[in-house]
Design a protein around this ligand. Structure first.
Ligand code: GDP
Ligand code: MN
Length: 375
């Protein structure tokens, strides 16, 4: 789960990491009132709350000088759509006086099998363009935690300005602590700004492991405040294990392993999977029908249903497909491969229905080719 900046900053504040005193606003009027309260008579910064980076470059972060029309600038930002995500809220903060912009983050290094702490003195919006070597990092032993000597190493190797060092020695361990305590897979501060009053986290990017949300009810409660993708929302409501991808061949299968192989085989056949959807073991007609509806709600040119019947019975799967076809209008071909328990019965049901969209396939490779070849 990706948190909004203001939510990440709430976690930062609780972890003792300095953040500006901000308020969330959803209308231009609320923004003007918030500015009057948090920065009376001084410059404010208005920041679009969307769960994606690059807001600065997209015009989603604006400094409003003292006396200027906060509501007008707020209206401009609220009208934006950043990387396809409409701006629903703004964070209104006192504008910071930035002397230097640093970058600090903790994430997983999957190859090393442990957390990695990253620090750079070349932070800000151009962090990706920073010269090679500007980013320094250390692996953190999960049992020993971030050692004091590692923090000192990082701070000196990154070349933070002398006035920032003392603050960094205090702040960076808190960031690591938060990463662990929140079960995060990413905590990122960019920019970590050096201001006349010391280091301040001007941005917050926090990703929390969905599987750990059950032990963080406070973070899980943030779910309701953000707009999910409508297709993902539908899948979640139906209890389906769904991941959106960027291709256009819809994929439905039973069992994570089978679905992953199906993605591979479709790619091998020259197609690009639109999603991962695992209906799980023992799925009946109802689950199949909602899976098909979820996948058809996205931009797909074909759907591949790949079922290996064990506990799952292929006749029930066939029933689910036919039920979904009766409920929703289907304009794209649906390639079905049924194998295993009651596959013969399932195939016979599909054949008897003579639905113009349904095509049955023998074997996984043929199914993938048929789904990939549809133009
Ligand atoms: P991002 O582009 O989505 O990462 O959004 P950020 O929150 O990082 O803001 C983008 C840029 O806006 C930062 O790199 C800063 O240069 C600038 N910025 C953000 N907050 C302030 C502020 O309080 N004062 C000033 N002067 N600039 C700010
Ligand atoms: Mn940023």
């Amino acid at each position: 789960m990706d948190l909004f900046e203001y939510q990440g900053k709430e976690l930062f504040a609780r972890a003792g990491i300095p953040v500006p005193a901000g308020r969330v606003a959803r209308t231009p009027e609320e923004a003007a009132a918030a500015a009057a309260q948090v920065v009376p008579g001084a410059a404010a910064v208005l920041k679009a709350q969307v769960a994606t980076g690059g807001r600065g470059k997209a015009g989603g972060v604006k400094v409003v000088p003292a006396g200027a029309d906060v509501a007008a600038v707020a209206a401009e930002i609220l009208a934006l759509s950043i990387k396809g995500e409409p701006v629903g809220a703004l964070l209104v903060e006192p504008a910071a006086e930035i002397e230097a912009e640093y970058y600090a983050a903790v994430t997983f290094d999957r190859r090393a099998g442990s957390a990695r702490f990253l620090l750079s003195s070349a932070g800000g919006m151009e962090v990706e363009e920073a010269p090679e070597g500007a980013m320094v990092s250390v692996l953190v032993d999960p049992l020993l935690g971030l050692a004091a000597y590692q923090v000192r190493d990082l701070v000196f190797a990154a070349g933070l300005a002398p006035p920032a060092r003392k603050d960094a020695l205090v702040l960076l361990p808190k960031l690591y602590r938060l990463f662990v305590d929140a079960d995060a897979s990413l905590v990122e501060i960019n920019p970590l700004a050096l201001t006349p009053s010391g280091l301040v986290a001007l941005d917050a990017k926090v990703t929390v492991d969905d599987s750990a949300l059950y032990r963080h009810p406070d973070i899980a409660a943030y779910h309701g405040t953000r707009r999910l993708d409508p297709q993902e929302e539908r899948a979640a409501a139906a209890g389906l294990n769904f991941v959106k991808l960027d291709g256009d061949v819809g994929i439905i299968g039973n069992g994570a392993g089978l679905v992953m192989s199906t993605l591979d085989v479709v790619s091998q056949a020259g197609g690009r999977p639109a999603n991962f959807l695992d209906v799980g073991g023992g799925a009946g007609a109802e689950v199949l029908a909602s899976a098909l509806e979820v996948v058809l709600a996205g931009p797909v040119r074909s759907v591949l249903v790949n079922i290996f019947g064990g506990i799952t019975r292929c006749d029930r799967v066939a029933g689910g497909i036919l039920e979904a076809l009766g409920r929703t209008r289907v304009e794209v071909p649906i390639v079905v491969r049924l194998e295993g328990t009651n596959a013969t019965e399932g195939r016979a049901m599909l054949a008897a229905a003579h639905h113009p969209s349904v095509r049955t396939a023998d074997g996984m490779m043929e199914a993938a080719r048929m789904a990939a070849e549809v133009r």
